[in-house]
Ligand binder design. Structure first.
Ligand code: AOF
Ligand code: ZN
Length: 332
């Protein structure tokens, strides 16, 4: 299973809107005869990839797969049927498939006489697909809110200047994390103020070696000007003409967006937080002090300490001179 998880991880950085899945085929003696992985929507599922590599050696074999084999014909065929047809006699999988459209593979395999065991390293498989699992379970995308601030919590100086609070290392780190998402979300105010491109680029403006650019999503009732850079040809663009967070999440889910990277501004972030729609916070904190200036969040409606949103820190990492703090809202 660890080999299958590694295969899933190594095959692609991102398979969204699909999960990252790996599959290993073992002969009756326990020797690895094939390793397969999924590489993104529309390409073969991990099981199909591994079966194709195994050929005849799949007969009588065990398939070890990081997600319950699917039982549906979606963009590709049902893996349950492919495993049965190939003569696989035993399937060991990690996480149950949370997708109601595709699940039922374990039952289908058992009904065909295949020996099936689920749950092995399920947590690791889910960690590999945190956003996908959340999105498929809840029907709403997983939202990561990112902001940068000084050590005293300012995201802009008193005169409004905010470029750059953090160093180049942190800005490159943001690009890397953005690349793992399938949408970058900002409010219309940010587009008007900064005319950002919201694409993945390095400091020399060269495109980064990430295959798929996230969709640039602008939320708000003011229509984005036709010549705004966010509408150029470098990446997909989507405007959500609404101020309602739930409506926005539903629209994003309809576009098969699973992992949203929310970048601001402060009112949009405040609205998402107030709606309970922030699933993860990534804060870049610079070792500088301003003493005045805007903060990263506004309009949350929180008035008293007892109502503070409680987070658990899941990671702290030095990024150049800055600190990156990752935190998740504490379950109620
Ligand atoms: C994958 N890769 O290796 C496995 C998946 O219609 P599709 O082909 O995009 O099917 C996507 C669903 O299939 C997915 O949500 C999950 O439930 C199931 N298994 N998907 O993309 C794979 N094994
Ligand atoms: Zn499948």
């Amino acid at each position: 299973m660890r080999r299958a998880l590694d295969a899933a991880r190594e095959a692609v950085d991102k398979a969204l809107p699909n999960p990252r899945v790996g599959c290993v085929i073992l002969d009756p003696a326990g020797t690895v005869v094939a390793v397969g992985a999924h590489r993104g929507a529309g390409t073969p599922h991990a099981e199909a990839d591994a079966l194709a590599r195994a050929g005849d050696r799949a007969r009588g074999a065990t398939a070890v797969v990081t997600l319950e084999p699917c039982n549906h014909t979606g963009r590709t065929g049902a893996c349950s049927e492919a495993l049965i047809a190939a003569g696989v006699v035993r399937v060991v999988y990690a996480a149950d498939d949370p997708n109601p459209v595709a699940s039922g593979g374990a039952d289908r395999l058992r009904a065909a006489g295949v020996d099936v065991e689920g749950g092995l390293l399920a947590g690791e498989s889910e960690r590999l697909n945190v956003a996908w699992t959340h999105a498929v379970r809840t029907g709403r995308p997983f939202v990561t809110w990112k902001f940068a601030a000084t050590l005293d919590g300012r995201s802009a100086a008193a005169d409004g200047s905010s470029q750059w609070i953090t160093g180049p290392e942190a800005r490159l780190d943001v690009q890397r994390l953005r690349a793992a998402c399938d949408a970058i979300l900002v409010g219309t105010g940010t587009v008007v103020a900064d005319d950002p491109r919201l694409t993945l680029r390095d400091d020399e403006n060269a495109p980064l070696p990430y295959a798929v650019q996230p969709t640039r999503v602008v939320m708000g009732e003011r229509l984005v000007a036709a010549d705004a850079r966010v509408r150029d040809d470098d990446a997909p663009f989507l405007q959500l003409v609404t101020r309602d967070v739930d409506a926005a999440l539903a629209a994003l889910a309809e576009h098969e967006i699973r992992h949203v990277w929310l970048e601001g501004g402060p009112r949009l972030a405040g609205a998402f937080l107030a709606a309970g729609a922030v699933d993860e916070v990534v804060a870049y904190v610079a070792p500088t002090l301003l003493g005045a200036g805007a903060t990263a969040l506004s309009g949350t409606g929180i008035q008293t300490l007892a109502d503070a949103v409680q987070l658990d820190v899941t990671d702290t990492t030095h990024v150049g001179p800055d600190l990156r703090i990752t935190a998740r809202p504490r379950p109620l």
